[in-house]
Design a protein around this ligand. Structure first.
Ligand code: MN
Length: 422
């Protein structure tokens, strides 16, 4: 998985003695995501926007493939599924692609989110609930009432649900039902079957579903585990989940998420949400890219289209609008729209030719970022904005020379299609 991270989707037919195959690296690159959605980047973003804003509801159906096999006794997760040990130094085997469904104990609204689950043996696991995560809020509500929180962990469910689960609180507030988000993203009602042992419903077409509850008063040490920054997380007590039923297809696939997929999964929804905010605040914004080097979360490149001297300055407003839209942004670079923001070399060209460090680098000290960034002070750090746009009045001096288009068919040549320039 790591060798082809960011590149190929993987299918492992046989893992050890398990009869369940493993799939991985699905949405690790734009090429893969375009293939899955059968759309280009604009089309993918439109799906995400539809998901964030839509109001379609899921539909309950009588039965589905995810319940072809139902196990309620002697559940042994480690024996049933090839749950992976991901990297040297990890504490144990972790379920990484589990979409955790839960209902708000107060209003019944569904939340979907992805959390790491560490196998503890048999029918138990420890679940990591970071501060501020919606599932943690629901868990704490249940905890106050001293009752367990029912959950269903969906592994290999509808991709629309995976994407809905990958949204963050800023984009989809707790008050919004994330099964509706998944349906809207899909463009049709998500078909659900009722769980066998908890009062929840899961996508009928899922591969594997683990039904259970997060116990209000039991905790287990887990970690270190390789986190999305590529670093080992710390060690700490996490709430214990007790599973009551496991349902799956007759021949299920086990799905694991590690490496680039962790961050690429969020990229397009985040970009759609940031673009919405930016365009409202600064209409001359054309496009954004959450770069791969910035883990699709910490570094943003903004493309703007400046026309007149009256547009001057808005590119800097865009830097702060972006940081407001996504608090995790630590570096925001604004370029003119003749720079290809999806090409890091072209963005660096803009820095080389158009940025004057003494006036174009803006610092915002003591701002809130992500607490996992190790150089920050528990998430507080200096954010940087770079204005690498050309002042409208000076545009002529910076105009890039355009080469004449030519048709190779008009010439005698020995280029083969493989090395023919685009
Ligand atoms: Mn949520």
């Amino acid at each position: 998985m790591h060798r082809y991270d960011g590149d190929l989707a993987m299918h492992f037919e046989r893992v050890g003695d398990y009869s369940v195959p493993v799939c991985a690296n699905f949405v690790v690159s734009l090429a893969n995501v375009m293939a899955i959605f059968e759309r280009d980047l604009t089309g993918i973003r439109a799906c995400m926007e539809r998901g964030l804003g839509g109001s379609l509801k899921p539909r309950i159906v009588q039965d589905g493939p995810c319940q072809e096999v139902v196990v309620t006794r002697e559940i042994d997760l480690e024996g049933m599924f090839p749950v992976l040990f991901h990297a040297e130094g990890d504490f144990g085997k972790y379920i990484t692609a589990g979409v955790v469904l839960a209902r708000d104990p107060e209003n019944g609204i569904h939340n979907a989110s992805i959390h790491r689950l560490c196998l503890l043996g048999g029918d138990r696991a420890a679940i990591k609930l970071d501060w501020g995560r919606h599932l943690r809020v629901l868990y704490e509500k249940a905890q106050q009432k001293k009752v367990p929180l029912e959950i269903a962990v969906v592994i290999g469910g509808d991709l629309a649900l995976t994407y809905a689960a990958a949204t963050m609180g800023l984009q989809v507030p707790l008050e919004r039902d994330e099964l509706d988000v998944a349906s809207s993203l899909k463009g049709e009602p998500l078909e659900l079957v009722r769980c066998r042992s908890v009062d929840l419903a899961v996508p009928a077409e899922s591969e594997i579903v683990l039904e259970g509850e997060i116990l209000p008063d039991q905790f287990a040490q887990e970690g270190p585990f390789i986190e999305f920054l590529g670093l080992h997380s710390g060690v700490g007590p996490s709430p214990v989940v007790q599973f009551k039923a496991v349902t799956h297809r007759r021949s299920p696939y086990y799905y694991a998420i590690c490496g680039r997929e962790t961050t690429v999964l969020r990229k397009f929804t985040l970009e759609a949400a940031i673009l919405r905010t930016l365009k409202a605040a600064v209409p001359m914004v054309r496009d954004v890219n959450l770069t791969d080097g910035g883990l699709n979360r910490f570094h943003l490149v903004i493309s703007v289209h400046k026309v007149s001297p009256e547009d001057e300055g808005y590119q800097r407003n865009a830097i702060f609008a972006a940081i407001t839209a996504l608090k995790d942004l630590d570096l925001v670079i604004v370029v003119d729209d003749d720079i290809d923001i999806h090409n890091p070399t072209d963005v660096e060209y803009a820095l080389a030719v158009r940025m004057e460090a003494s006036r174009d680098i803006i610092q915002l000290p003591g701002a809130r970022g992500h607490e996992y960034i190790p150089v920050s002070d528990l998430g507080v750090r200096t954010k940087v904005g770079i204005d690498a746009t050309v002042p409208v009045s000076e545009r002529e001096r910076f105009r890039r020379v355009v080469f004449k288009e030519m048709d190779l068919n008009d010439y005698e040549h020995s280029l083969t299609p493989m090395d023919r320039p685009r």
